[in-house]
Write a protein that binds this ligand. Structure first.
Ligand code: ZN
Ligand code: ZN
Length: 347
């Protein structure tokens, strides 16, 4: 089968590899129909994640058709239309029982396209299929659902839920990439009064406005924090969602959080940040971190089916699996290409 494999920093190749086979009775093999590329895949490409070994097939998002199931799989059958969660989980260990699928103690967590072969291929092996796949409802739009593998649960759980967004709140989201946009769209569930979106990409800010941001701010001049303090009459914001993962973006968060506010980190940080406790120790704030658990996927599926959220708005480009190298180029150069999410189709 065809698959996109990582061969060390900077080296990706679409190549012919053996089709995956059932290794454990809890596995399923899924034929991928739609997948996408995540910002995390670009980090892997750069060599930022040394755990990803030479030859690894990338990708942790996708929708497909069940091709084969192990004998212990009971929730899914051959031919079922399924959504693949970016988090694999046994559903039985202590952490899974707490709903912390991201830290499954039986070898689950974020393993797809990381520690085991992923979804940027014709077929993928899904361990613990019963708990790691979701049925696609009849009439669902496949492309929209690809956004539920990772970015919507991530924006919602790590940003909106951890940030405790409340009606009437002022929320700031630092980073208008796909994850920041997913946080923006799902923050609306709680009717905040203001959502301020910060980025350096004017095109993304324009889209954020269409998606319901009340204010958009360019940080090209590095003055977003000052502008937000002015806008809020030096009070700051109730919730600040960090959706980039750099020391600079974290700095904005701690400069603008109001007394009693919350900083919800989503960004993948590659470097340490400075925590200004000399200013924050008395401010009654909370700071949260989280790897998405995807426990809200069934709820998010319902909101998509009912039209409450429209994840398809984030899709800007389409490619066939054969064109995946081109898809990587487009996604890597997102600002120039005006790209948010790219859909890769395997027919
Ligand atoms: Zn991802
Ligand atoms: Zn588990």
């Amino acid at each position: 089968m065809k698959a996109l494999a990582y061969h060390g920093p900077g080296k990706l190749k679409l190549e012919e590899v053996p089709k995956p086979v059932i290794k454990k009775s809890t596995d399923a093999i899924v034929k991928i129909t739609r997948t996408t590329i995540c910002g995390t895949d670009l980090h892997i490409k750069k060599g930022d994640l040394p755990a990803v070994l030479d030859g690894r097939i990338l990708g942790h998002e996708g929708v497909g058709i069940v091709e084969q199931v192990g004998e212990s799989v009971s929730n899914f059958h051959i031919g079922d239309h399924v959504l693949i969660s970016c988090i694999t989980s046994c559903g039985k260990c202590g952490n899974c029982k707490k709903g912390m699928y991201s830290h499954c103690e039986n070898g689950g967590g974020w393993i797809l396209g990381n520690l085991i072969d992923g979804t940027q291929a014709e077929y993928v092996r899904i361990p613990f299929a019963d708990n790691s796949l979701y049925s696609v409802p009849a009439g669902a739009d496949e492309e929209a659902l690809v956004m539920l593998s990772d970015i919507f649960p991530t924006g919602f759980e790590c940003g909106v839920l951890n940030g405790k967004v409340n009606p009437g709140d002022t929320v700031a989201i630092i980073g208008a990439g796909p994850i920041g946009m997913a946080a923006l769209l799902t923050a609306h569930f709680y009717s905040p009064a203001e959502i301020i979106m910060v980025d350096i990409d004017e095109n993304r800010l324009e889209i954020a406005k269409k998606m319901g941001a009340t204010t958009v701010l360019s940080n090209r001049d590095g003055k977003a924090a000052e502008k937000i303090m002015e806008l809020t009459h030096t009070r700051g914001v109730d919730v600040v969602i960090e959706a980039i993962g750099t020391p600079q973006s974290f700095d904005i968060c701690q400069s603008i959080v109001a007394a009693g506010g919350h900083i919800a980190n989503i960004g993948v940080h590659g470097k340490p940040v400075q925590l200004n406790l000399d200013k924050l120790w008395s401010q009654n704030i909370t700071l949260t971190t989280r790897l998405v658990d995807t426990v809200t996927t069934p709820m998010l599926l319902k909101t998509v089916m009912s039209g409450k959220i429209l994840p398809k708005q984030l899709i800007t480009h389409h490619f066939a699996l054969d064109e995946i190298m081109q898809a990587y180029d487009t996604f890597s150069d997102a600002m120039k290409e005006r790209a948010l999410k790219v859909i890769i189709t395997n027919n």
